[in-house]
Design a protein around this ligand. Structure first.
Ligand code: PLP
Length: 393
C-alpha cells in the first residue's frame, strides 16, 4: 500500500494540539450580526469585523439582489480579459472620489490588494522598511517582490529612520505601516512616518483595512483622520470589514493604478467580483456618506465597552480603535477564556502564536455599531465572571 506522503501534516497538527494552538472553526448558523448563533449557541458576537453592521443592511442587500437580477451571479473572467463590468468601474470611480485620490483599483480582497501591490511595485533591488506588526498580506507581498525587508520595532519611527539613513540614497525604498493594527487596535504613527518618507524619498504606503469605515470623516480612513491627504502614495483599504461585503482596493495616483492594472498579479490572474459584491460596496459608500449616525454609534459603543473592560482590570494593551484585545498570556489561558465566555454566551475568539507573540495570546473583541447596550453590558458581566474564575482580574 502507498505510504501517505502527507503524513507529516498529521504530526504537525498533533504538535499544534499539544501546544494549545489548534483551533476548531466555529460555525455561524445565522446572519453575521451583533447577536447571533454559532455552534447552536446564541451569543453576543464580539468577533466579527462587521463594524457598522453593513453585512445585513437593507440597502446593501437590495442593491446586491438587484445587481444579481440584472447581471447574473458571476463576472466570468479576470478584469484584463472580459471581466471588467461597468459596475466595477463605477465602484472604482466612487471609491476614488470618496478617498480624494486620482484613481482606485479594486482587488478580490484586502489580502490580494496588499500582496499584489507590494509585489508589483518593487523588485529584488529595492528595500521595504516595515513595522514588525504589519499584516501577513504585506509580509507575503514583500516576499513575492524579492526586495530586501528591514523590519522596525512596532511604531518606532526613530528606528525606521536609522534603517533608512543606513541605506544607499539612490536605492528605492518603501516605508509601510498598517493604519490600524489588527490584533492590538492601535494606530500607525502616520504623521511622523509621512514626514520621514518625505525627508528620505521613500514611497509611503498605508494598509487601512481596519480603518476603512471606522476612522476619518465618513470612514475615509487614517489618512483622513490624521490630515495626511496627498502625503501617502499608496493607500490600501478593504471592502470586507466595515463595508460589509468583500474586496480590497488601492487608492493613489492615476499612474499607480494604471501600472497595477498591468502588473498586479491578482488583478491579472484571478476572476473579478460578482456584480452583487460590487453593487453592495457601492451601496456601502452611500451608507457611509448618508448615514453618519451609524459611525457615531460604533464609537459610542467602543467607548462604553473599552471603559468597562478597563474598569474590570483586564490588560487591554494600547488600543485606540473598536478592536480591544484582552491579553491573557499563553495560548492555553486565552483559549480557556474564549471557551468559557462562549459557554456563557459571549463569542470572543482567542488569537495565539504565530498571529501574536507566544506570551501575548489574547481574546480579541470587536465592538460594532449594532450592539445594544444590553449586549455590551451582558458581555462585560461575563468577562468579569470568567476573568475572576481564571485569575485574570
Ligand atoms: C491589517 C489587515 N490588512 C489586510 C487584511 C486583509 O483584508 P481582507 O480580509 O479584505 O482580505 C486584513 C484582514 O484580515 C487586515 O487585518
Amino acid at each position: 500500500m502507498r505510504r501517505d506522503p502527507l503524513a507529516y501534516l498529521g504530526d504537525d497538527l498533533d504538535a499544534l494540539k499539544e501546544q494549545n494552538l489548534y483551533r476548531r472553526l466555529r460555525i455561524l448558523e445565522d446572519e453575521q450580526k451583533a447577536h447571533t448563533t454559532f455552534d447552536h449557541r446564541s451569543v453576543v458576537n464580539l468577533s466579527s469585523n462587521n463594524y457598522l453592521g453593513l453585512t445585513t443592511h437593507p440597502r446593501l442587500r437590495a442593491r446586491a439582489l438587484e445587481a444579481t437580477e440584472r447581471y447574473g451571479v458571476g463576472s466570468g473572467s479576470v478584469r484584463t480579459i472580459a471581466g471588467t463590468m461597468e459596475i466595477h468601474m463605477e465602484l472604482e470611480r466612487r471609491l476614488a472620489e470618496f478617498k480624494k485620490v486620482e484613481a482606485v483599483v479594486v482587488f478580490q480582497s484586502g489580502f490580494a490588494a496588499n500582496a499584489g501591490t507590494v509585489a508589483a511595485i518593487l523588485t529584488k533591488d529595492d528595500v521595504v522598511i516595515s513595522d514588525e506588526l504589519n499584516h501577513a498580506s504585506i509580509i507575503d507581498g514583500c516576499r513575492l517582490s524579492r526586495a530586501t525587508v528591514k523590519v522596525f520595532p512596532h511604531k518606532d519611527v526613530e528606528a525606521a529612520r536609522r534603517i533608512i539613513t543606513g541605506l544607499p540614497a539612490d536605492q528605492r525604498k518603501l516605508l509601510i505601516t498598517d493604519g490600524v493594527f489588527s490584533m492590538d487596535g492601535d494606530l500607525g504613527p502616520l504623521p511622523a512616518l509621512c514626514q520621514l518618507a518625505e525627508a528620505t524619498g521613500c514611497i509611503m504606503m498605508v494598509d487601512d483595512a481596519h480603518a476603512s469605515g471606522v476612522f476619518g470623516a465618513n470612514g475615509r480612513g487614517t489618512v483622513d483622520h490624521f490630515g495626511m491627504h496627498g502625503r501617502v502614495d499608496v493607500q490600501v483599504g478593504t471592502l470586507s470589514k466595515a463595508m460589509g461585503a468583500l474586496g480590497g482596493y488601492v487608492a493613489g495616483s492615476r499612474n499607480l493604478i494604471e501600472f497595477l492594472y498591468h502588473r498586479a498579479r491578482p488583478f491579472l490572474f484571478s476572476t473579478s467580483h460578482p456584480p452583487a459584491v460590487a453593487a453592495a460596496c457601492i451601496a456601502a459608500l452611500d451608507v457611509l456618506i448618508e448615514e453618519p449616525a451609524i459611525m457615531e454609534r460604533l464609537w459610542d459603543n467602543t467607548r462604553f465597552f473599552k471603559a468597562g473592560l478597563e474598569r474590570l482590570g483586564f490588560n487591554t494593551g494600547l488600543s485606540e480603535s473598536p478592536i480591544t484585545p484582552v491579553i491573557a498570556g499563553d495560548s492555553a489561558k486565552a483559549n480557556k477564556l474564549s471557551d468559557r465566555l462562549f459557554e456563557e454566551g459571549v463569542f470572543a475568539q482567542a488569537i495565539g502564536y504565530p498571529t501574536v507573540a507566544r506570551d501575548k495570546a489574547r481574546v480579541r473583541t470587536i465592538v460594532t455599531a449594532t450592539h445594544t447596550r444590553e449586549d455590551l453590558q451582558f458581555a462585560l458581566d461575563k468577562f468579569s465572571q470568567v476573568g475572576r474564575e481564571l485569575g485574570l482580574v
